[in-house]
Design a protein around this ligand. Sequence first.
Ligand SMILES: *Cc1c(COP(=O)(O)O)cnc(C)c1O
Length: 404
Amino acid sequence: MFQINDNYLKLPGSYLFSTIGKKVNAFQAANPDKDIIRLGIGDVTQPLAPAIIEALHRAVDEMGNADTFRGYAPDLGYEFLRNAIAEQDYQKRGCGIAPDEIFVSDGAKSDSGNIQEIFSDGCRIAVCDPVYPVYVDSNAMAGRTGTYDADKEMWSRVIYMPCTAENDFVPEFPKETPDLIYLCLPNNPTGTTLPKEKLQEWVDYANRIGAVIIYDAAYEAYISENNVAHSIYECSGAETCAIEIRSFSKNAGFTGLRLGFTVVPKALKCGEVSLNALWARRHGTKFNGAPYIVQRAGEAVYSEAGRAQLKEQIAYYMRNAKVIKDGLKDAGYTVFGGVNAPYIWLKTPEGMSSWDFFDHLLENANVVGTPGSGFGPSGEGYFRLTAFGNYENTVRALERIKAL
Ligand SMILES: *Cc1c(COP(=O)(O)O)cnc(C)c1O
């Protein structure tokens, strides 16, 4: 008789976006004339840049010709893409990452969910609170997180590192010793990040205690301040303690196309065992790559035209971020983020919970955002607005919020 993986039964339901959807639908049904503006989405909205579209067309044509047709992609990804990544994302920034330390994949969600498979069941994980929920959920599915306390919305074996206005959203070294430390910088949902010296302290700490940092840099392209590292490998000693995960989704609009990569340095070892070899073994077995056509589109992200076009796209979203941030400030809110990330994190007014504020905004401004409590217990009392909408709607939404 088969048995299921009953770790799945311990997972709390994913209520956040389904509850939001239900509330918005009910409100729209009751108020059919209201024009609802959505500033809650964590997905891009601008079309793919011309350089990417051209690369896709070329690759499609190659697939239709016997001389240039491609079958299975190499396990780690095509060299043309890994070389471009190694050179432009790393070597140009002074990081000694080689192409054979880069693993091309179908996105950062897969990689950040799957990377835990190469670690022992007994490893204790530490996460920033609030944060992108995939890290905790994937470890829960693997049975690494203990039991779930529905009242506290916390797992017994997860080490939570609260990031709130009180500590400027900078996590502190936990009292208990973790084995795996997930850092998402710039952070989703708070939009905040660490100065490079602070990140260096985390690298030193991980090397000291023998932990691995799993560094999710999905928003690297949004960094605008000079004292913020674009890669954890800008910190010395990171190659012996850090895995970095990147995505083409938020910088180049690949959320539907699917492309990302993970860096596992060869110097990252557990005794004699190289984690690079383990991850290569996994890629070889559970193929987790991206199609040739999509990898060619990824290569175009690094072309001169691609870089220029994507810079404009990011500037477009960051102009929205400024509209949101300035508008909220004018309206008297306390706001964070929006400088190195497309997320604005605001403190809900005195006496209003995250969900109270959600209802308030929906009913009185017809604007949809995301309650902070959905990203972890320390997100209660906060609220996330995103810069991924179109400019005109973003301006109108803020006018309504200011008029409340
Ligand atoms: C959006 C997002 C991802 C997902 O990236 P994909 O490459 O689309 O899978 C990963 N990490 C964070 C923090 C994100 O916000």
